[in-house]
Design a protein around this ligand. Structure first.
Ligand code: SAM
Length: 439
């Protein structure tokens, strides 16, 4: 979502004359868009600011002084603390106020002093953002939902992104149409709990994510739909049904389970247990037999025993995840878990993470190997590192490299998978025999 937000900030600033540059030293306005989910990400902000301070000092001796801004969830959570610790920062603004960026920039030119915008405004930022642009890409993100009301005991999101909020269906469909008109073929719908989506329709009713996807699938020229990140307890029958009936919906789902132990899930205030998670996976596989699942895991949550951790390893074996993000539990100030007894020593967390990641890597490699020899529709959406090479994505989000003519860029082409590497697949392009899946 930070990638999406950063692009929207660039879209907002374009009409007042800003364009993106590659190097920090060339920027008139430098925005550090931050993440607060784990302590490491938050601490990095201050070390990055130290580095940027030097760049700003050098720039400010020139005719174009630099405005330095901190955006995102660290800005939201730390607010004034940032201005105290790094007084050379000009603007601090949270994820719900960035639609005011042009006005904030104008204020820094008019007034002296710093700007702090970390309230949760009454107006929705989406009503003030320009239409998203395709930017020459074939795959784009589209935010449909933000915030979280779930209050997992480890998590800061409800405090930084605010309460759950869904965009009206007409706005989402209109943004999707404009991305497709610009050449986009694949859209990934975004939300902190994307499947908690319940957008208002023009008829005064509400649509859930499954039915929104069914509507989006009617857009000609849109060939692939994905969504992330889902909250398991919010997967409803309509969403499962969409996986069965909407071929444009990719057979790939990121479904964070966090732990394989019911005891730990309860302490995390997750609203699923392992039986329910297992049943969800079964229902989705029943809806579409080639469904592939990825997940998020936290190891070393307070009170996690060896037996709890073993349950997590067992679940990985059972489900056969094709990829995952896994993290050591990071105590976040103000969250209930940070004050729980039985915090797990860092060494235990590190050992468990290593064991879990070894298993997840093997599970991903096994899945990738299984695809060797098959033909898959690949959306070729970029140039590879080697001359004549294109890269794309399989339906299961695997990166695929192939030597193919540049005219194939933007097409979905049936390619034969020749080899599996740790993080990607290699495919062959068989010219005219390589029937275009969709152009
Ligand atoms: N909607 C998802 C869910 O099911 O809860 C949440 C996505 S959350 C924004 C991204 C991931 O960061 C979480 O799934 C979790 O694994 C990880 N995470 C959040 N807080 C954490 C913490 N305090 N320590 C370690 N990992 C954390």
């Amino acid at each position: 979502m930070n990638v999406y937000d950063a692009e929207r900030m660039a879209d907002l600033l374009a009409p007042i004359g800003y364009q993106t540059v590659e190097e920090a030293k060339d920027a008139d306005l430098l925005i550090l868009n931050t993440c607060h989910i784990r302590a490491k990400a938050a601490e990095k902000v201050y070390s990055d600011l130290g580095r940027l301070r030097q760049i700003k000092a050098t720039r400010n001796t020139s005719t174009h002084p630099m405005i330095l801004a901190v955006a995102g969830c660290v800005a939201q959570a730390e607010g004034e603390e940032i201005l105290k610790r790094a007084p050379y920062v000009d603007m601090v603004f949270g994820p719900q106020t960035y639609h005011r960026l042009p006005e904030m920039v104008a204020r820094t030119h008019r007034e002296t002093g710093t700007i702090l915008e970390t309230d949760f405004p009454l107006e929705s930022k989406f009503d003030h953002l320009p239409k998203p642009k395709a930017r020459g890409r074939y795959s784009a993100f589209l935010t449909v939902q933000e915030g979280c009301d779930k209050f997992c005991t480890f998590c800061v999101v409800p405090y930084t992104r605010g309460a759950e909020n869904s965009r009206p269906t007409a706005d989402v469909i209109s943004d999707a149409r404009s991305l497709v008109a610009g050449g986009v073929r694949e859209i990934t719908l975004l939300g902190q709990n994307v499947n908690a989506y319940h957008g208002a329709t023009p008829h005064g009713t509400e649509l859930g994510l499954g039915r929104l996807i069914t509507e989006l699938a009617k857009i000609n020229g849109l060939h692939r739909i994905r969504y992330t990140t889902s909250y398991p307890a919010e997967v409803d029958d309509d969403l499962i049904e969409a996986h069965a009936t909407v071929p444009k919906l990719m057979p790939y789902l990121h479904l964070p389970v966090q732990s394989g132990s019911d005891r730990i899930l309860q302490a995390m205030n997750r609203r699923h247990n392992i039986k329910a998670y297992r049943s969800l996976v079964d229902q989705l596989r029943h809806a579409r037999s080639d469904m592939a699942f990825t997940s998020d895991f936290i190891v070393g949550f307070p009170g996690e025993s060896d037996a709890d951790f073993q349950s997590t390893l067992d679940l990985v074996d059972e489900i056969g995840f094709v990829g995952a993000y896994s993290f050591k539990y990071s105590a976040r100030l103000g969250t209930p878990a940070a004050a729980m007894p039985d915090q797990v020593p860092d060494k235990t967390k590190s050992d468990r993470l290593k064991t879990l990641q070894g298993k997840l890597t093997a599970s991903q490699a096994a899945f990738n190997s299984k695809t060797v020899g098959s033909k898959m529709p690949i959306l070729l959406d970029g140039y590879g590192r080697h001359p004549g090479q294109l890269v794309g994505r399989s339906p299961y989000m695997q990166a695929v490299h192939v030597s193919a003519p540049a005219e194939q860029l933007g097409n979905i082409v049936n390619l034969r998978i020749e080899a599996a590497h740790p993080n990607s697949l290699a495919a062959s392009y068989e010219g005219e025999n390589c029937r275009k899946a969709i152009t």
